[in-house]
Structures are given as structure tokens and as C-alpha cells.
Design a binder for this molecule. Structure first.
Ligand code: C2O
Ligand code: CU
Length: 389
């Protein structure tokens, strides 16, 4: 199955070792990043930081252990704003030792494309106007399922939504399902929450376990709202009735390893986003900056000792939303009530908004922090941290 996008679904068991050789068949450099995996730094796939870019015709062997069960994905991390938009990504699913009982376990990849009338993709990947605004949005969007799947009324589904778009925040309503959100960004929720819609910044994921309430013949519709009305992203056909359900309650997934952070010892750091259209600040050397710097500096945003806990106040001083991703770790968003929220690897921050995240830096190496609106990243919104062991 060469020549298809998304790339193949990789599915392994928790604790398994993934070893594969990446052959670069492109006419330009590339590398693969394993998004959300608490990975060995040398395997993180970031050219210039964790490895040399893989030249055309060259290979690189990725070989690492998958510590956490959940929904992850892989994507190019070289000129990602173009290579990801052109389709270089795919799902990486890590199964629990004993996965919850469902009738169908389906990856739903969300993406959009900027297409001409004849279906070709527009080539303006480096459109600085887009980069200074919300990023390069497509005019055609889909929720891609791995196959033409048909389900029965009453069946239990696990849907793994992944936002693979380079800029679009997907806000998707899904009809005819009753169930729970059981994981975000791969990590199980301690307490599942009731499922009402899918809201994902680029690179974020949501796992839903839900029962089909549609009658036979009535599809499950996935739609997003547009100015012209509801836009159908995809559907799952419902045909026939499952025998009386024996599923019972939807239970939380088994948690991944996560020591409680010690907030009293946390290092407080600000991370300030500036720039873009309608900005009050000038940015030099790019369109966007983090703490006054556009692009990767010589010095990291911070050097942590292994085991440090940090409380990073992310302040969005711009007129645009940003989805900030940290490599190699998950973090928790501090709620207004002072409680730590679910573990995430990418956090959406509203225009002029702020979010405080708490992270335990326990994975040694050099790790990127960047906006996953990939044009924003290209235009400066990225930095890095180092964890010394
Ligand atoms: Cu999914 Cu640095 O990215
Ligand atoms: Cu951004």
C-alpha cells in the first residue's frame, strides 16, 4: 500500500518495541516524528535537534519502545508545513494489554486540503498571509475512516479522532452516538466525560467509546459548522441491529504511568506568544515569537534537571489561537479551580488567552516546543528545552 495518504496505521501493544527503517523516497530531506510518544530523544525525529535530516535516497532506522497505550500519530518533521499538508502522516495506535471490549475500533483522521476545481492541491504552502493569520486552511475537509465501514445499531465503537491538519481547529458534531470521552492526546482520563462533540487543535487526539443509537439505515454523521451551514466530513453507515447489548458501563481505561507532580517545588516560567496580523508587537526575524524570539535560538527556553517540575504560564498575546505542543512529555493544564486537568501533549490557547501547564521533565534530551499550526511554527513560533540527566 505505497502511494497513499494517510500512511499505514501502525498498531502495536503497549511496551512493544517499534523498529522500522525509513527510506526517504522524496526529492527533498525528511524525517519522522512520533507525536506524543514519550520517546528516547535520539528517535524523536527532529532534524537539527535530535538527528540529521534524512537526505533523498538515504535511510534512518527508528527503534524505540512504546511506553504508553493510546492514540498517537507520526508525521514528517522537516518542512512540516508542506510535507504534512501534502500527506506525510499516519496513525500510531498503541493497544492496552487488555483493550476494552468494543465491536469496532476505528481511527478517524481529520484533515483539510486547499484544492483547485480539478482536485489538485494548491502549491502555496509558504503563503505568508496565511502564516500571519490562522494558518493555511483548506477549502475541502474530511473525516477519513480506514475503510468503508458499516456498523450495526446498538454496537459499541471506539473512535480515535486525530487532527492531522496543519492549521484547522476541528469542531465536529457526531450524531447518533451515546458514550464517553475516555482519552485525550493518547492519555486515559481518570474520569471519562460525557461525549458531546469533537474539538481538536491540530495534532490533538480524542478517544471516544460510544454505542450506536441510530436505527438501521440511518447513518452516523460527522459535520462541522460553516458560514454556509453544516458541512459533512464523513459518515458511518448503520445497517442491521446488534443482538441485545452485553456491554455494560463504559469504564475508564487503565492509566499510563504518571507520578503526581509536586506543585510546591515547581519552577515558574512564562512563555509569551507574540506577533501575527493585528499585533501590538514587532517581531524581528519572523512573524511570530516566543518570549521575544522568532525561531530556534542558541540557548534553550530553559534547561531542566531531570525530574524537575515546571509550571509554565503560556500567554497568548496575539489575535489568533495557537496549539502549543511539547515533545517527549505530557503535561497537565491547571484549571481555574486549581485542579490539574487531563494529561495532554498539545494545548489550545485562545486569542489573548492564557493557560498554565504543569510538566514533569523526566525525559532527558533536547525537545521542541512549538505551535502545531505548522505555518506559525515555520514563521517563528518555536523554541526548545533541554533536560539534563
Ligand atoms: Cu507533531 Cu513537533 O510535532
Ligand atoms: Cu500558532
Amino acid at each position: 500500500t505505497y502511494g497513499r495518504s494517510p500512511g499505514p496505521e501502525l498498531r502495536l501493544k503497549q511496551g512493544a518495541r517499534l523498529a522500522l527503517r525509513f527510506d526517504n523516497g522524496l526529492s527533498e530531506d525528511s524525517a519522522i516524528h512520533w507525536h506524543g510518544i514519550r520517546i528516547d530523544n535520539a528517535m524523536d525525529g527532529v532534524p537539527g535537534l535530535t538527528q540529521a535530516a534524512v537526505a533523498p535516497g538515504d535511510s534512518f532506522t527508528y527503534d524505540f519502545v512504546l511506553p504508553d497505550a493510546g492514540t498517537y500519530w507520526y508525521h514528517s518533521h522537516n518542512r512540516s508545513w508542506e510535507q504534512v499538508a501534502r500527506g506525510l502522516y499516519g496513525p500510531l495506535i498503541v493497544d492496552e494489554p487488555e483493550p476494552p471490549a468494543v465491536d469496532h475500533d476505528l481511527v478517524v483522521m481529520l484533515d483539510d486540503w486547499r484544492l483547485f476545481e480539478d482536485g489538485r492541491q494548491a502549491g502555496d504552502f509558504e503563503n505568508r498571509h496565511d502564516w500571519a493569520h490562522g494558518g493555511r486552511l483548506g477549502n475541502f475537509a474530511r473525516a477519513l475512516l480506514p475503510e468503508d465501514v458499516t456498523v450495526h445499531s446498538g454496537e459499541r465503537l471506539r473512535l480515535r479522532f486525530i487532527n492531522g491538519a496543519t492549521a484547522r481547529i476541528f469542531d465536529v458534531s457526531v450524531s447518533s452516538l451515546a458514550g464517553q470521552v475516555v482519552a485525550l492526546d493518547g492519555m486515559p482520563l481518570r474520569r471519562p466525560t460525557s461525549f458531546d462533540k469533537v474539538l481538536l487543535a491540530p495534532a490533538q487526539r480524542m478517544d471516544v467509546i460510544a454505542d450506536v443509537t441510530a436505527a438501521s439505515g440511518e447513518p452516523i454523521l460527522m459535520e462541522m459548522a460553516t458560514r454556509q451551514g453544516p458541512y459533512e466530513l464523513g459518515r458511518i453507515n448503520v445497517d442491521g441491529q446488534a443482538p441485545a447489548s452485553s456491554h455494560g458501563e463504559i469504564a475508564p481505561l487503565p492509566p499510563n504511568r504518571w507520578p503526581e507532580p509536586d506543585l510546591d517545588k515547581a519552577i515558574a516560567l512564562p512563555l509569551v506568544m507574540q506577533g501575527g496580523a493585528m499585533s501590538r508587537h514587532r517581531v524581528t526575524g519572523g512573524i511570530w515569537s516566543l518570549n521575544g524570539q522568532a525561531g530556534m535560538g542558541e540557548a534553550p527556553f530553559h534547561r531542566f534537571d531531570r525530574g524537575d517540575t515546571a509550571m509554565i504560564e503560556m500567554r497568548n498575546d496575539t489575535a489568533w489561537p495557537h496549539g502549543i505542543h511539547l515533545h517527549g512529555h505530557h503535561f497537565q493544564v491547571l484549571g481555574k479551580d486549581g485542579q490539574l486537568g487531563p494529561l495532554r501533549d498539545t494545548v489550545l490557547i485562545d486569542p489573548r488567552g492564557r493557560q498554565t501547564v504543569v510538566c514533569q521533565f523526566d525525559n532527558p534530551g533536547k525537545w521542541l516546543i512549538h505551535c502545531h499550526m505548522l505555518g506559525h511554527q515555520a514563521a517563528g513560533m518555536k523554541t526548545w528545552i533541554e533536560v539534563t540527566s
